[in-house]
Design a protein around this ligand. Structure first.
Ligand SMILES: Cc1ncc(COP(=O)(O)O)c(C=O)c1O
Length: 479
């Protein structure tokens, strides 16, 4: 079996794949959002023996269609409301094919893909209000973007030679601040960076789930008094639970007063800066020392694609740069590999470069505003229905709520049970979360396909599953 394909073989397989994807594109609205993977298929996918002989590529594509494409996560569907996972623009599907065929490593050096990424990063800096001389880098996602931003912070904030001596030269433990609603990747980052999650302060939030500035100030003062070393506030520009945006400008002021690094996790919400409803809430984000955003969320490119921005490009290079002699290339721009963790880097930029040109800044403004409008429509519908309870809303596109018909006593138990039913039946997909220790359903709209009709259907699907759950309980009790 040859690894190479003849142009004819490639064309024939490729046309099949494209036809298949075109067909799926036409069925997106009618197909179930998601369906459970049958147990025997799970087993066969996980425990298939190592193939010792080759297989005909056409057969392999058939298997992908039957065993993989039939069981998607569901986020390309208009009725997927879980987590923060958007559909991807079909143009980007083709871009990923082109990038794979092109197969450039975007570590750096003088080839077209590096200039595409630089050009794209300049656009992203313009959107986020970062200066042209700052540095940005595409990453696998928001977690790594946050990790890189915080790694630069750690490098800048250490007294000594963190790269050489680790923390052994440090005078006092560093302390990082985020809110109780900060994303779990901030915990992972401080742990990986050796700061330790014991030195991550999770500051309580106000009624709108934004960091409580009074408590934040008090905690910083207490830590200083205890001989610790506050170094960074990791603010959220769009929490995953409710889409809350911390008071960024006020935090920027506080960081300036206290000499702290100002990091912003905008993985979910950062692009909300483009929406007319929320643009004003991002004032201060342009003052961040480092910022994470996730184009694989609100910019509608396929996973994976995150982005980190660091104001001080030299500090970022100083944090990561190791240039062995065989990579020295003084004629080229500094390599991306000097600004982050990866050496070999995929050509993620192509999909975003193409989709940003397809949609344009104005188009993104409209699309993101549309999602916020859909979330507000959902909230209005919930308010108008006696059988639903609105629990929390943020300014972005998340709604927390419960199905709560009057006759039901244990609303939380009902919602936990009904969500399992909704998920298994696959007509819509959403998950639950906990707010102030209380369970709630959570619907997030980051979806250019979602319409008012899909939102109406979501509530009907939940109410229907809820009613069947109640009936089932009644019949169990009466038996
Ligand atoms: C606010 C926030 N931060 C960080 C992340 C982590 O990003 P990723 O999953 O792309 O690593 C997410 C993911 O949803 C997020 O919503």
């Amino acid at each position: 079996m040859s690894v190479d394909l003849s142009p004819e073989e490639f064309r024939s397989l490729g046309y099949r794949v494209i036809d298949l994807l075109a067909e799926r594109l036409g069925q997106m609205r009618a197909m179930p959002v998601r369906q459970p993977v049958p147990l025997d298929l799970r087993a066969s996918l996980m425990h298939q023996a190592l193939p010792s002989e080759g297989t005909d590529p056409a057969q392999l594509i058939d298997r992908v269609v039957e065993d993989v494409l039939a069981y998607p996560m569901g986020n390309n569907s208009p009725r997927f409301f879980a987590w923060v996972n958007s559909p991807s623009a079909p143009l980007a599907w083709l871009a990923d094919l082109l990038a794979a065929a092109h197969n450039s490593s975007v570590a750096g050096s003088d080839h077209a893909a590096t200039y595409v990424e630089h050009g794209l990063l300049n656009w992203l800096k313009t959107i986020m209000g970062f200066p042209a001389e700052s540095m940005a880098l595409l990453t696998s996602g928001g977690s790594v973007a946050n990790l890189i931003g915080l790694a630069v912070m750690r490098h800048v904030k250490t007294d000594g030679n963190i790269r050489g001596a680790g923390f052994s030269g440090e005078s006092a433990p560093m302390v990082v601040y985020t809110s109780t609603q900060g994303h779990s990747c901030i915990i992972k980052a401080v742990e990986l960076l050796g700061i330790g999650s014991d030195n991550l302060r999770k500051i309580p939030t106000d009624a709108d789930y934004r960091i409580d500035m009074t408590k934040l100030r008090a905690q910083i003062a207490a830590d200083r008094a205890a001989g610790l070393r506050p170094v960074c506030i990791a603010a959220s520009a769009g929490t995953v639970n409710t889409g809350a945006i911390d008071p960024l400008d006020e935090i920027a002021d506080l960081c300036a007063e206290e000499g702290l690094w100002f990091h912003v996790d905008g993985a979910y919400g950062g692009l909300g800066i483009l929406a007319e409803q929320t643009a004003g809430l991002f004032k201060g984000i342009e003052r961040a020392d480092s910022l994470a955003v996730d184009p694989h969320k609100w910019m509608y490119v396929p996973v994976e694609c995150g982005c980190v921005f660091v104001r001080d490009a030299q500090a970022m290079r100083d944090t990561f740069s190791v240039v062995p002699p065989y990579l020295r290339d003084d004629r080229a721009l500094p390599w991306f590999a000097e600004f982050g963790i990866q050496q070999t880097r995929g050509f993620k930029a192509l999909k975003l470069w193409l989709v940003m040109q397809q949609i344009g800044e104005k188009g993104y403004r409209e699309l993101i505003s549309h999602d916020i409008t859909m979330a507000r429509y959902l909230q209005d519908k919930i308010r108008a229905r006696a059988d639903f309870q609105l629990i929390a809303t943020g300014p972005l596109s998340v709604t927390c709520f419960r199905y709560a018909p009057q006759e039901v006593e244990d609303v939380v138990a009902l919602n936990k049970r009904l969500i399992e039913r909704v998920q298994a039946e696959g007509q819509a997909f959403l998950t639950g979360t906990e707010l102030d220790g209380q369970y709630a359903l959570r619907a997030c709209v980051v979806n250019f396909r979602t319409t008012e009709a899909d939102v109406d259907r979501l509530l009907d699907i939940i109410a229907d599953a809820g009613q069947r759950t109640i009936n089932e309980q009644l019949s169990t009790v009466s038996k």
